[in-house]
Design a protein around this ligand. Structure first.
Ligand code: NAD
Length: 391
């Protein structure tokens, strides 16, 4: 169980780029990083594309005014002059800015925690992997719900063979927030449907990368070998970017998969759902009931497992924060992800490569894999929803 006691030498000096007053995801980053008083201190930021609003916001959340910068370049330059300057920054800005900001931060010797989809192309990801490696720096990626104890319970059950051989992967991340057209759309919605600012996809990158990564956490022994992607723009002005997509997968162990992502699933609020079907049993978990895991053994009554209960696997109990009886949710999951990235940065700083070699966290490879999956989806969709070998 995690209770906030220190797990790294000292808190990291942390800055944020983006995630300001109007940003959708900024608070989730702060919820994750600052949950434990032992991992990060928020000391600086370039929180907003509007410099005055960013400074006002930053001081309102307790960052000294002289460390609320007008833009990320000034943050990097000014913080480099200080002995107590930032060591790690989070990038919570629209997709088209991730690559240039991440590269500039790494070049300045800063660790980076970046939003997904990481970049537009695999080539960009590989360039950043190389740069981070040469500088001895960590890049973390915030796949938000991937730190939930019940996701890791499913992974442990699969590893133990409790499901038998995995045959079917059935996953979904859908909502209906974009069911109407984009007249009067928020700034966050406008950039998401503009290929220059969102990248080659909308919902596949925006929400599909989350569940693709989370399924890999549960099934690390399986890789997608081939896939077929069918994507639609129900609101025509969004074309070529999709607001709905289906991806069928064939895995290298013979399993098959079905993934549905949508922002036009009108009325839907229980957005993420995972079902893993094995030769003996199945598990199912959804964020509409995040405390409960359904375990179905063929021929036996179904079981509902609750997070934090002693009958769960050690891997799940070790990362539980609230304990059974009390709700464990998205904020707790973000706190785990931020903790794991802090541990990676701390071990990098101390040169502890042995720890890093077995330490699990969403890093640059997970970010790259997400972008690679997107490239394969687009290649398939553009070929008329043809099956393509995963490259
Ligand atoms: N991990 C998750 O669960 C999750 C959830 C939502 C969004 N996201 C991702 O987070 C990123 C941001 O999404 P959002 O929905 O918060 O977007 P948003 O448009 O709501 O907010 C973007 C924020 O970044 C600021 N900004 C924009 N350009 C900037 C720049 N050059 N320098 C400094 N600040 C700048 C804006 O002022 C705003 O505060 C996207 O990549 C998105 O895919 C991830």
């Amino acid at each position: 169980m995690i209770n906030g006691e220190k797990k790294i030498e000292r808190p990291l000096r942390w800055g944020m780029i983006g995630g300001g007053r109007t940003g959708q995801v900024g608070y989730k980053h702060r919820t994750g990083a600052l949950r434990d008083n032992t991992n990060y201190r928020l000391v600086a930021g370039a929180f907003d594309v509007d410099a005055a609003r960013g400074r006002d916001f930053g001081t309102n959340i307790g960052v000294p005014a002289d460390r609320c910068y007008a833009d990320y370049k000034t943050l990097i330059a000014e913080e480099a002059k200080r002995e107590d300057g930032v060591e790690v920054v989070s990038v919570a800005t629209p997709n088209f800015t991730h690559f240039e900001i991440t590269r500039a931060c790494l070049e300045a010797g800063l660790h980076v925690i970046c939003e997904k989809p990481l970049f537009f192309t695999v080539a960009e990801c590989l360039e950043i992997e190389k740069l981070a490696e040469s500088k001895g720096l960590i890049v973390g990626v915030t796949y938000g719900f991937s730190g939930h104890p019940l996701l890791h319970q499913m992974a442990a059950m699969v590893k133990k063979g409790m499901l038998g051989d995995i045959r079917i992967v059935d996953i979904q991340y859908t909502h209906g927030f974009n069911s109407g057209d984009d007249t009067n759309a928020s700034e966050a919605q406008q950039w998401r449907t503009d290929p220059k600012r969102s990248g080659p996809t909308f919902v596949l990158g925006d929400i599909g990368t989350h569940i693709y990564y989370m399924s890999q956490v549960v099934l690390p022994h399986m890789q997608v070998a081939r896939l077929l992607c069918d994507r639609q723009s129900f609101i025509k002005s969004r074309a070529p970017l999709e607001d709905n997509a289906y991806v069928l997968s064939h895995y290298d162990n013979g399993a098959v998969g079905r993934l549905w992502v949508s922002s036009v699933n009108a009325g839907n609020m229980g957005s993420q759902r995972f079902r893993f079907v094995g030769s003996k049993a199945s598990v199912e978990w959804s964020d509409s009931h995040p405390d409960q895991l359904i375990y179905e053994v063929q021929g036996q009554p179904n079981q509902v497992m609750h997070h934090g209960m002693p009958y769960l696997e050690d891997e799940s109990l070790a990362i539980d924060r609230m304990g059974g009886l009390h709700t464990e949710g998205l904020g707790d999951s973000w706190a785990n992800i931020y903790l794991w990235i802090a541990q990676a940065i701390d071990s990098k700083r101390r040169g502890d490569e042995a720890f890093l070699s077995t330490h699990h966290y969403p890093g640059i490879k997970a970010g790259t894999d997400g972008v690679r999956w997107l490239e394969n989806c687009v290649r398939s969709a553009d070929a008329g929803s043809a099956w393509v070998d995963f490259q």
